[in-house]
Write a protein of this length. Sequence first.
Length: 331
Amino acid sequence: MFRFFKLKKWFLWAWGGSATILISLWLQVQIDVKINEWFGTFYDMIQKALAEPNSITIEEYWGGLLSFITLAAVYVGIAVLVSYFTAHFLFRWRTAMVEWYHSVYNYARKIEGASQRVQEDTIKFSRIMEGLGTSLIESLMVIVEFLPILLGLSIGIPIFFFGDWEYGLVVGALIWSVGGTFFLILLGMILRLVGVEYDLQKQEAAYRKILVIAEDDETIRPKRIDELFNDVRKIHFTSYIRYLYFNIGRIAYLQANVLSAYVFLAPAIVAGVVTLGVMQQIIRAFGRVEGSMQYLLKSWPTIIELVSVYKRLREFERQLKSTTDTAKVPE
């Protein structure tokens, strides 16, 4: 799966492309930091205008909106280009994978579900990596950039449970985010979500294979097809009930998550020690840090699918390697 980064043929795309994506994501995070600063300035201006009529001019108000539009336009432009480039980058990665599979397909075709591994799982792998991989990198960058901002904004502000401790807001976000993530990871392990996804794909592959055979072989009877579809039905129903239990915990936590920043800021808001602009900056910075820390939680269903695809491709490559051990196979 990772020959893409080892072969000279793909060196420029693999390493140059990775660097381009990283730099572009870093630029997006820097613009996000500027937008967070804009929230503080703009909402302080609104608070001033509401407290004292005509204390700001209409030009100042429109100027504030225009500055946001400028930042947002640059952000959107970079995000669109990154998405376009990442799609091409990952298609090259997929190409590097399938080129090797094609070169040894005379061996691979003897392995159960080979066509699904080469066609379906490689495209799933690239599509999931497109969203999941860039989101992971961006989340790490957001934490690095926004943690110092959150620390600076929370100095001297009373935080619920932590009092005047300067690290209270950051520790609160860490406890809430990481605690919830570990809870749902544990729940996913107990419910064997990765295992059931893997079993589901195996049953679907077996069902599809018998349908393909039945197109050309009239001796394949409907009874056999029905038996396979019953297996498909059972594993899907098992998946539904397990995800039902998992989603109870996940959705309840995410709903409670909306109020978390307001809970921690309750003493400061009630005491009136923060302005509207500072409160908006803190809440947004808290949300960005918290959201990045909750990356695994929010992406859990996609991560489960990626792990399942990775597991199937690794098993396929192991089987292929054992089949070709005695033959000279191109690397």
